[in-house]
Design a protein around this ligand. Structure first.
Ligand SMILES: [Zn+2]
Length: 707
C-alpha cells in the first residue's frame, strides 16, 4: 500500500511538472530560427491534408528541463521528436510530452536541464487536415458551386493565433525569429511565401511533386509568416530606382483586369512610405494575393499580403470604391513598418500597428491622389466613428496592454475599432501637439531604434519626448507620456465647455467626461482662433487643460484680445480628440458667420465638427434644438463633403428629439438647393463623393422619389 502511494506520488509529480498553466509562454527559452517544411496534398478531394517538420534553433535563457510551445489541432509524431545541443551535437532524450488544449500548449519534458546561453535544435514532425477554417493553413474552394471540380487554393492566416494550427511554434509576437520555408506540392501549383523562391527540387519518390525553397526571412513574428499554393495569374509591376522591388499581384485569371489598379498603385505607395519613414523596404519582392472568400479585408504578411477579392478588386468608374481600395492597400503597406519591422510586444498594444497603419494609409492616399483631399475627409470620418464607439460605452481602451489576451475568442476581439479609429485620431492629435517635424523625427527614430524588435507604448513616448526636446516642441512642463496615456489608458473622451464672459472679455474652458459618469481627466491640447484672426492652419495647442497632482481636471481662463462681438472657434481642423460645447451667444455668432460667403472663413473640418457636436448636445439636451437647427440652416449653402457627412451620420439624433414629419421637412429644406444643382457637382475636390451623398440624402428626406 505504501509503495502504491509512493508510485502515485511520483506519477503525480511527473504530471504536475509537465504541465504549464500560465497563459503566457515561460521566459526560459527563445526561438532564433525555424526550418519549416510543409508538404500539401490537395489533389485528393475530401482528404486534403498537409504534413511537415519544423526544426527550431532555440536559445536557452534560464536553465530548464521543459520546452513549452504552441500547437493546436496538429497531430504530432511524438517518437520522432529530436533535441540536440548544437555546441557538441549531444542528443537530449525526451521524457514525456503533453498537450494542454485549453492554452494551446505542447509541453516537452527533457531528461536533463537545458543550459542557459546554449543553443539547441528541436525537430518536430506534424500533420493536419486542410479545411476551410480561415485560420492557420487552410484551403479555399474557388468554385463552391461545383465541388467535383478541382479548383482549390491554399493560404495561411496566422494573426493572432493561427501559426500554432499550422506548425508547432512559439506563437507570441515578441518572440521573433528568422524562417526558412520549403513547400512540397504538386508541380501544377504555384507556391508563394514571404520571400523570393531560390530553388525548385523534384521529390525523390513522387515525380509529380516538387519542393519549392524560399530565402530566409528577416527576423519577424510568427503571425506574419505566410504561404500559399494556387493556380492564379499575376500582373507584374515594380518600383523605380537602384533597389528596385518586384511586385506581383495574384488573382483568379477571370478577375485579372480588375486588379490592374492594385498593381499600379502599390509601388507608388510603398516608395512613398520608404521616403516618409526613411527606412527602405527590406525585401526584394512583394506579392499580393487576392483570395475569393478570405475572411479579412487584408492581412499584412511581410512580403506576401493577402486580400479578400470583394475588398480589393475595382470596377473602373466607382470612385468611392477606388478610394477604399487605395486605402486598404496603403493600410497593409504601412504595416510593413508598423507591425512588421517594429512589432507590439503583446496584443494589448495592437494599436501601435493598427492605429499608425490607419493614420498613414490616409496620408499615403492623399499623396498618390491629391485630387481627393483624402486625409482630411477620412480623418473626419474616423474621428466620428471613434466618438460613436465611446458613446456606446464599449469596453476597450486604446491600449489594453495589461490585460491577458490569449485565445481567438477573447471578449475584446469582438470590439476592435478602437484600436484603429480612435487610435488614429489620437495619433493625429499627437502630430498636432508636437508639430510635423518633431512628430516625424520621433517616429523615425522609434522605427530605426526598434527595427526587427518589439515595443510597448513606452518606447514610443520616449522617442517622441526626445524629438520634442530636441526642438523645444513642447514646454518643459508637459510630458508626452503623461499627456498621451490620459488618452490611451482611459476609456471615452472629454467634452470641452467654452464659456465666455462678455463683460470682462475672458473665456473659461473646462472639461467634462463625455458621459458625465466618472471623474476622468485628460490632458487636452487647445488650439483656437478668433474671427479677426481667422487662422485655421495652425493646429498646434495655444493653451492646455491640465490635470492636477490628484488627477483632477483644472479649468483655464484667458483674456481675449478680440472684441466681444467676434466668435471664437476651438479645436482647429478638429485635430483634437474631443467635442466642443460653446455658450449660446458664441454659437449664434458662429451660426451667423456660416451663412456668409465662404462660411465666414471657418474651415470645412470645423464646420463638420460644429455640426457633429451640436447634434450630439441637442440629443442630450433637447432644449438646445433651436440653436442646433439655427446652425444647420447654413448647410443649404454647403459644398464640402465632410459637413454633409456629419449631418447624415448624426441625423438619427434629430429624429430622437423631433417628429419624423418635422425632421423630414427640415432635412428637405436644407438639401433641396444643392440637390437642384447636383449635376454641377463635378468640379470641386470632394464632389466625386459629395454627389452620391447628396443623392442619398435627397432620397432619405424625400426630396426626390426613390425606389
Ligand atoms: Zn491592419
Amino acid at each position: 500500500m505504501r509503495s502504491l502511494v509512493v508510485l502515485l506520488y511520483i506519477a503525480l509529480w511527473a504530471f504536475v511538472t509537465a504541465t504549464y498553466h500560465n497563459p503566457r509562454l515561460p521566459k526560459t527559452i527563445t526561438p532564433c530560427h525555424y526550418d519549416l517544411k510543409v508538404q500539401t496534398h490537395i489533389q485528393d478531394i475530401g482528404n486534403s491534408h498537409f504534413e511537415g517538420s519544423v526544426g527550431i534553433v532555440l536559445k536557452v535563457l534560464q536553465n530548464t528541463d521543459q520546452i513549452v510551445l504552441h500547437a493546436q489541432n496538429l497531430t504530432i509524431n511524438e517518437p520522432t521528436i529530436k533535441l540536440e545541443r548544437l555546441m557538441n551535437s549531444q542528443i537530449i532524450s525526451i521524457v514525456s510530452t503533453e498537450f494542454n488544449p485549453s492554452l494551446d500548449y505542447f509541453v516537452i519534458q527533457t531528461s536533463k536541464k537545458l543550459q542557459k546561453a546554449s543553443l539547441y535544435y528541436l525537430n518536430i514532425e506534424f500533420a493536419a487536415q486542410l479545411t476551410n477554417t480561415n485560420l492557420g493553413y487552410f484551403i479555399e474552394n474557388l468554385e463552391p458551386g461545383n465541388p467535383m471540380k478541382r479548383s482549390w487554393a491554399t493560404v495561411t492566416q496566422f494573426e493572432r493565433v493561427g501559426a500554432r494550427y499550422a506548425f508547432p511554434c512559439f506563437d507570441e509576437p515578441a518572440l521573433k525569429a528568422t524562417f526558412s520555408v520549403s513547400l512540397g506540392h504538386h508541380k501544377n501549383y504555384t507556391s508563394l511565401s514571404n520571400t523570393e523562391k531560390y530553388g525548385v527540387r523534384y521529390q525523390d519518390h513522387n515525380i509529380d511533386y516538387i519542393w519549392s525553397d524560399f530565402k530566409t526571412t528577416p527576423k519577424m513574428s510568427t503571425y506574419l509568416l505566410a504561404y500559399s499554393l494556387n493556380q492564379f495569374s499575376h500582373i507584374s509591376s515594380q518600383t523605380q530606382g537602384p533597389n528596385s522591388i518586384k511586385f506581383r499581384t495574384w488573382v483568379h485569371s477571370d478577375a485579372l483586369q480588375n486588379a490592374t489598379y492594385v498593381a499600379e498603385v502599390t509601388p507608388k505607395i510603398l516608395q512613398y512610405f520608404e521616403k516618409l519613414f526613411e527606412i527602405p523596404f527590406p525585401m526584394s519582392k512583394l506579392d499580393q494575393l487576392i483570395m475569393p472568400t478570405f475572411k479579412f479585408n487584408g492581412m499584412e504578411n511581410w512580403g506576401l499580403i493577402v486580400y479578400r477579392e470583394a475588398s480589393i478588386l475595382y470596377n473602373p468608374g466607382d470612385i468611392k470604391q477606388k478610394q477604399e481600395v487605395a486605402r486598404l492597400i496603403a493600410h497593409e503597406l504601412a504595416h510593413m513598418w508598423w507591425g512588421n519591422l517594429v512589432t507590439m510586444s503583446w496584443w494589448g498594444d495592437v494599436w501601435l500597428k493598427e492605429g499608425f497603419s490607419t493614420y498613414f494609409s490616409a496620408i499615403a492616399v492623399d499623396h498618390v491622389h491629391p485630387e481627393w483631399q483624402y486625409f482630411l475627409e477620412s480623418y473626419g470620418e474616423l474621428q466620428l466613428d471613434a466618438f460613436d464607439y465611446d458613446d456606446k460605452k464599449r469596453i476597450n481602451k486604446v491600449s489594453i496592454s495589461h490585460s491577458v489576451v490569449q485565445s481567438n475568442t477573447d471578449e475584446w476581439e469582438k470590439d476592435i475599432s478602437v484600436f484603429y479609429h480612435k487610435a488614429a485620431s489620437v495619433i493625429g492629435m499627437m502630430s498636432a501637439i508636437l508639430g510635423r517635424d518633431a512628430f516625424y523625427d520621433g517616429l523615425r527614430s522609434y522605427l530605426k531604434d526598434n527595427a526587427y524588435g518589439s515595443t510597448t507604448q513606452d518606447q514610443l513616448w520616449n522617442h517622441l519626448q526626445l524629438a520634442s526636446d530636441r526642438v523645444g516642441a513642447l514646454d518643459k512642463a508637459y510630458n508626452i507620456r503623461t499627456i498621451m496615456e490620459s488618452w490611451t489608458l482611459q476609456r471615452g473622451y472629454p467634452c470641452i465647455k467654452v464659456q465666455r464672459n462678455y463683460q470682462t472679455n475672458e473665456v473659461t474652458v473646462s472639461q467634462n467626461h463625455f458621459a458625465n459618469d466618472t471623474k476622468s481627466c485628460w490632458w487636452v491640447p487647445l488650439s483656437f482662433t478668433t474671427q479677426s484672426e481667422s487662422n485655421f492652419s495652425n493646429t498646434r495647442p495655444r493653451l492646455w487643460l491640465n490635470c492636477n497632482a490628484k488627477g483632477m481636471a483644472e479649468p483655464v481662463t484667458v483674456n481675449l484680445k478680440s472684441s466681444e462681438n467676434e466668435w471664437i472657434v476651438f479645436n482647429i481642423q478638429s485635430m483634437g480628440h474631443y467635442r466642443v460645447d460653446y455658450d449660446p451667444r458664441n454659437l449664434k455668432m458662429i451660426s451667423d458667420s456660416l451663412l456668409l460667403p465662404d462660411h465666414g472663413g471657418i474651415h470645412f473640418l470645423n464646420r463638420g465638427q460644429l455640426i457633429r457636436d451640436c447634434m450630439y448636445f441637442a440629443k442630450l439636451q433637447p432644449k438646445r434644438l433651436n440653436q442646433t437647427l439655427d446652425l444647420l440652416t447654413y448647410l443649404s449653402k454647403e459644398r464640402e463633403y465632410i459637413p454633409w457627412k456629419m449631418f447624415k451620420d448624426n441625423s438619427a439624433k434629430l429624429l430622437a428629439i423631433m417628429s419624423p414629419e418635422a425632421t423630414q421637412k427640415f432635412g428637405a429644406e436644407i438639401i433641396q438647393p444643392l440637390y437642384r444643382k447636383v449635376d454641377d457637382l463635378n468640379g470641386g475636390n470632394s464632389d466625386v463623393i459629395l454627389r452620391p451623398l447628396i443623392e442619398e440624402l435627397a432620397c432619405k428626406f424625400k426630396v426626390k422619389k426613390c425606389v
